[in-house]
Design a protein around this ligand. Sequence first.
Ligand code: ZN
Length: 126
Amino acid sequence: MSARTTRLNHLVHLQCPRCYSAPMFLHHPYNLAGIGKMPKHCPHCQADFEPEPGFYFGALFVSYALAAPFCLLWFVVLNFGFGISFEPALFMVAITQLLLTPYLFHLSRAVWLYFHLKSNAAARKG
Ligand SMILES: [Zn+2]
């Protein structure tokens, strides 16, 4: 597995972008009471998970960039691929998006942090 594939795998599993050993979030995305709660630092490598106040504002744009193409593609698959008519397909896209929102919220924050923190081989060993 290439380094890029490994990094993508850890991103999808919401693990620390530096050491890949610790989770970025305190709770599972579908534990709605704890959604978005993150430790200040990685418990394994001490990577700063909030470098500055308002750091995750940029994750809003990542969330949009992930959700919009997904919704469009899913609609096309449902409407043209499975032949589901417009309104039911739109409804199914909305339901799917609603169900994916907690994970997408965490994933967009993870993508934003992965943009800003490089992996560190020394941190992974420790
Ligand atoms: Zn770490």
